[in-house]
Design a protein around this ligand. Structure first.
Ligand SMILES: *Cc1c(COP(=O)(O)O)cnc(C)c1O
Length: 365
């Protein structure tokens, strides 16, 4: 039996009646754009995050773009983020004509190293985008202190962190704005592209709400130059059907992660480090292995699919050669990029499958 990295079919089977009913409801009433389904989901997702406002968007990337716009980031500004993330985190900075300024990671958590942020701050710096990578919140106290000290705004890239907690606070409630992705494989995934922006600031929420819908607040009055970044009702209905399950799914992911970690003790595999004040949601369970590529091949030959998040750091991406970084600039990220391996992780993964995966890892010489 092969084991995929993520199994969306297995999840659908467990909630088929709820999903089918939600989709049918939207098709029956043909209210496909915004409307009641979207408003309802926004209310429920804000409550899930313990936040005041949620603005649904058509992707996590769109939410990140809107976050920069509503915080007033402009052409020529600089925005600090991690070099170890998905391209979208930095892409939106470039889209605005601002400059992504990259920072290395803490090799234990894979998140931005707060001790290396201050050296990257210049008079042009406007904001920091910490990414809660793999579903584990970044070191927010240190980041928020720096932001206060230097008068910077903070955007949480919580695309992988729905429900993760930092000192009891949920991801998405600590910065000025937070952005979530509901890409199908995320812990809360739509059946297509979708995302959301979350904030406790009513003015920021209203600004984002206008921008995502062509700059309007009423049907034919356009006050701003906006975008077509709306969340569609079919996705909102599907997300709304899945949301009540999310805490249990995240808890099951933590259970699988703990099981993996237990089975992998006394091997030379490095398992995830979780500081005591953090509750991760394991979007990804990332191990480190010296012979990573060979191990990945060995597992593939045994029907076990793995991933690498991410093999090429942002500063070494072809598109970012213009930023002027070089190999060797961010050694912790570069080292991690050669050693990290994401094991299969989804709530429906069984203990027996986890055991099978670890047995296969232990066979590897
Ligand atoms: C998935 C992801 C995004 C982008 O979200 P989309 O919904 O795919 O646009 C941004 N940042 C991170 C860290 C992500 O994992």
């Amino acid at each position: 039996m092969t084991i995929p990295l993520v199994d969306l079919k297995a999840q659908y089977q467990t909630i088929k009646p709820e999903i089918d009913a939600a989709m049918q409801r939207v098709v029956n009433n043909t209210s496909f754009i915004l409307g009641k389904e979207v408003a309802e989901f926004e209310k429920n997702f804000a409550a899930f995050c313990h936040a005041q406002y949620c603005v649904g968007t058509d992707s996590g990337t769109a939410a990140l773009h809107l976050a920069l716009l509503i915080l007033g980031v402009k052409e020529g500004d600089e925005v600090i983020t991690t070099t170890h993330t998905f391209i979208a985190t930095a892409e939106v900075i470039s889209l605005i004509g601002a400059k992504p300024v990259l920072v290395d990671i803490d090799p234990r958590t894979y998140n931005i190293d707060p001790n290396k942020i201050e050296a990257a701050i210049t008079p042009r710096t406007r904001a920091i985008i910490p990414v809660h990578l793999y579903g584990q919140p970044a070191e927010m106290d240190a980041i928020l202190n720096l932001a206060r000290k230097h008068n910077l705004r903070v955007i949480e890239d919580a695309a992988q962190a729905h429900g993760a907690e930092y000192r009891g606070k949920r991801a998405g409630t600590m910065g000025d704005v937070a952005c979530f992705s509901f890409y199908p494989g995320k812990n809360l995934g739509a059946y297509g592209d979708a995302g959301a922006l979350v904030t406790n600031d009513v003015a920021l929420a209203e600004h984002a709400r206008m921008l995502r819908d062509h700059g309007r607040s009423e049907k034919y009055a356009h006050r701003l130059t906006g975008y077509g970044y709306r969340l569609d009702a079919l996705q909102a209905a599907i997300l709304g059907a899945k949301l009540p399950h999310l805490d249990a799914w995240n808890a099951r992911r933590r259970e699988i992660a703990d099981y993996y970690t237990e089975l992998l003790t006394n091997t030379d595999i490095v398992t995830p480090y979780v500081p005591p004040h953090i509750q991760p949601i394991y979007h990804i369970y990332c191990i480190r292995a010296k012979n990573r590529d060979a191990l990945q091949k060995h597992l593939k030959a045994r029907g076990i699919e793995t991933g690498i998040h991410y093999p090429i750091p942002l500063h070494l991406q072809p598109v970012y050669q213009n930023l002027g970084y070089h190999a060797g600039d961010f050694p912790e990220t570069e080292k991690a990029a050669h050693e990290i391996l994401s094991l299969p992780m989804y709530p429906e993964l069984t203990d027996a499958q986890a055991q099978q995966i670890v047995d296969a890892i232990k066979e590897f010489k």
